[in-house]
Design a protein around this ligand. Structure first.
Ligand code: 8IG
Length: 265
């Protein structure tokens, strides 16, 4: 296995092509926690593999993260659906976090849809509400880029793709996603900080992956599912089961949205 993350992604892509017998892919969808039930709406897979069959992947530890990758034809797009991701809080480093994105790009992918479950900073977003990511604030202090890779991040989340999503579902709001390191949720003071910084959504994923996707010149759509109000905004406490329940309730709507977006690419 290569130590160079870009080489490792090429090796992983070659193995993916070998196992799936599909030489090229067009789209990657990363399904975050809570989004897994949406996978059925995307259609019958041509192949399904376990991520650990590919070099550079490790088994996800989080409940609701299945650690599988499917290849499904959606409209005209051969689509990779990644169920379960590596989070930065697992301590494996940023290269591990973005390995799936780099593997997908090495497989030919030009469009990457990143989904997640997150906390909402606007109380109008009830649990199960999807929100398009307009921009992000990366509070991890980390980056997948090493060396003088001065990447333009002035439009990480494609305006074109957001417009397509809003044509399908005009009720979709947009927001700024704030990636925290995790795995602890925010304190109420940190939630207030995120609001003052201009954040609308708080979570533990997506921004680092989006940076790697942009470096690789893929077009990115980010969709958050708000599953709980940010800590301290209500008198509720936060728990992971709530995330999974909200995902289950919203699954068919989310799957339908993803399918229609991919069909319009
Ligand atoms: I679901 O409130 C989910 N993931 N950081 N904060 C952060 N991540 C989350 C939250 C939340 N809810």
């Amino acid at each position: 296995m290569s130590q160079d993350p870009y080489e490792l992604a090429k090796q992983s892509a070659a193995k993916l092509a070998e196992i799936t017998k599909i030489a090229q892919h067009d789209v990657l969808v990363v399904l975050g926690s809570g989004w897994t039930p949406a996978v059925e709406a995307l259609g019958t897979p041509n192949a399904e593999i376990t991520v650990t069959d590919l070099p550079g992947f490790s088994a996800p530890a989080v409940a609701g993260h299945a650690g599988k990758i499917r290849s499904v034809k959606v409209g005209n797009s051969q689509t990779l659906i990644q169920m379960g991701r590596t989070h930065y809080y697992e301590g494996k480093g940023t290269a591990a976090v973005v390995h799936a994105v780099r593997t997908a790009v090495a497989s030919g992918v030009k469009t990457i849809i990143l989904t997640n479950a997150c906390g909402g900073l606007q109380l109008k977003w009830k649990p199960g509400t999807p929100v398009l990511i307009r921009d992000h604030i990366n509070l991890t202090g980390a980056t997948p880029l090493v060396g003088p890779r001065f990447l333009d991040v002035s439009e990480v989340y494609s305006k074109r793709l957001r417009k397509i999503a809003q044509e399908i579902d005009p009720s979709l709001d947009e927001g700024v996603y704030v990636q925290f390191h995790g795995p602890q949720y925010e304190t109420p003071a940190e939630v207030q900080m995120a609001i003052k910084l201009g954040g609308d959504l708080v979570g533990m994923s997506t921004a680092l992956e989006a940076i790697a996707a942009r470096e690789a010149q893929a077009e990115v759509l980010g969709i958050s599912m708000v599953t709980n109000p940010g800590a301290g905004l209500t008198d509720e406490h936060l728990n992971h089961e709530e995330v999974l329940a909200a995902g289950l309730a919203a699954a068919s709507r989310m799957g339908d949205l993803l399918k229609k977006v991919i069909e319009k690419l």
